[in-house]
Design a protein around this ligand. Structure first.
Ligand code: AMP
Length: 469
């Protein structure tokens, strides 16, 4: 999931800039997308399931009109929440005015807060956490003097990993959870417009210069008075950036906490080469997110890097689609080997991660059919052993291949000569040229930075919501 917002004081084509920003963040979510334009306090919005460039036609963007501010979102639906009804930003009219809200992440106390609100009479229309954010903020606004104070008050109860953007008629407000699990930054354009984004790559796309990250627990308010920082929640918890951002989620040309994602991935590849060396003729990467680590592996090991697999550019990240059968079909149409690179060769195949193992079985077979004599599988992420409660869909323990099999068993299952994972102690070193003070690596070591839902099923309200797409 990703958020993107623009704050300016002059009327401009903010819808178009938001469209390009979301387009740059598309890798973070492909289930649905939406834009809200704020023209002197009047909100115009459009959202739907699908990719940004499918949903927003020139006509729809034109209809959104001009404005001084805009808020956008691309959403990656975790299981059961991919319906259009869950698309963001969410628009709410409340007793003190109007808000648009969009977020990246997930609440661990969603079920608890939702139940509490329902018992007070609230009626929910979606299975999306953002509706709980909206209720908590508008409820707090009844007693707080401003929207930003209401956001701070709501944050006392919001537990989990989230980066959120809230647009009121006059302000754009950015907030990040106390551990700073997901990235959020802002920049400025030459014309003085502020741009807030989940990743720096979208700042570059719209011509904004990076200013800084929103800090863990910080609330940043953009208004006619300038930029205000509220730090009531800062420093309450240790920083815990999701390390999977470096390994998979973010785009390699983004910089998170002062560290290039590309460099972090190359570092992962180098650590992998040290931990799991092998005699081979060529190192190849599983496109796209395995490429940077493959280059790092090749550089460290001295084995040449080769272009071994080509990905159909018009297909999304396979994992995002629901259901095992759909995922398998997509893997089949996604990749094709470059026979000249792998035929008769001992191949090191680097991917960013092995989750259920579905991709690896298929890719190893592709390479074997293309004539690779040996295939050594290397994952630049450690073994996935635990579910994520902060918005990354990595499934339950029953689905995680590393929970059931040793690397040696996996090698047999994939039809490979060997399998090796990044050692867990190396993941904290990936962002070492940056400023991050600590990482969440709970999916690998089970060390969650927050409380976690007692029963995962309690946290899901999917069965209550359905809508024809
Ligand atoms: P699997 O086939 O289940 O082992 O999934 C591994 C593949 O999915 C890798 O090639 C990753 O690039 C990709 N992947 C890993 N984690 C995620 C995620 N949370 N969402 C989408 N794709 C993912």
């Amino acid at each position: 999931m990703a958020v993107f917002g623009i704050f300016g004081t002059k009327t401009a084509n903010v819808a178009s800039s938001t469209y390009y920003g979301l387009y740059a963040l598309q890798h973070r979510g492909q289930a649905s997308t939406g834009i809200v334009v704020n023209d002197d306090g009047v909100f115009h919005s459009y959202k739907d399931s699908g990719l940004t460039n499918e949903v927003f036609t020139p006509r729809i963007l034109e209809d959104l009109g001009l404005g001084q501010m805009a808020l956008g979102n691309v959403r990656y639906g975790t299981s059961g929440t991919r319906d259009r009804v869950n698309a963001e930003p969410m628009l709410v009219n409340h007793v003190k005015g109007r808000l648009a809200i969009s977020h990246d992440g997930a609440l661990v106390n969603y079920a608890e807060l939702r139940r509490e609100l329902e018992l007070e009479g609230a009626i929910f229309h979606t299975a999306n956490d953002v509706e709980v954010f909206a209720y908590m903020i508008t409820k707090a606004r009844l007693s707080e003097p401003s929207t930003e104070d209401a956001v701070c008050k709501a944050m006392e109860r919001l537990k989990g990993g989230y980066s959120m953007l809230i647009m009121s008629p006059q302000k754009l407000i950015a907030a990040r959870d106390e551990n700073g699990l997901h990235p959020l930054c802002y920049g400025i354009r030459d014309d003085g417009e502020y741009v807030v984004s989940s990743e720096t790559c979208a700042l570059n796309t719209v011509g904004a210069t990076f200013v800084r990250e929103v800090e863990p627990g910080e609330v940043v308010v953009f208004s006619k008075e300038g930029v205000k920082s509220i730090r009531t929640h800062c420093g309450k918890k240790p920083e815990r950036l999701c390390v999977f951002e470096y390994l998979y989620t973010a785009r390699p040309d983004s910089v998170i906490n002062g560290c290039s994602v590309h460099l972090a991935r190359k570092r992962a590849g180098a650590f992998l080469a040290k931990a799991h060396p092998v005699e081979a003729d060529v190192v190849i990467g599983a496109p796209d997110s395995g490429i940077d680590a493959a280059i790092g592996y090749a550089e460290e090991s001295g084995i040449p890097y080769g272009l071994g697999l080509i990905k159909n550019k018009y297909i999304g990240r396979t994992f995002i689609d629901p259901g095992q059968s759909v995922r398998e079909d997509k893997v089949k149409i996604k990749l094709n080997p470059v026979v000249e690179t792998v035929k008769g060769k001992r191949v090191v195949l680097v991917d960013d991660s092995i989750v259920r193992g579905t991709t690896m079985v298929r890719v190893v077979k592709l390479l074997r059919d293309a004539g690779a004599t040996e295939i050594h599988v290397r994952s630049s992420a450690p073994e996935f052993l635990n579910p994520c409660y902060y918005g990354t869909d990595i499934g339950s323990k029953e689905e995680l291949v590393a929970c059931k099999y040793t690397p040696a068993d996996m090698a047999k299952m994939f039809g490979a000569e060997s399998v090796g994972f990044l050692p867990i102690e190396d993941v904290v070193k990936l962002g070492e040229s940056g400023t991050c003070k600590g990482y969440c690596k709970a999916c690998f070591d089970g060390n969650y930075p927050t409380e976690v839902p007692a029963d995962d099923n309690d946290n899901k309200y999917d069965h209550k919501i359905s809508e024809n797409k």
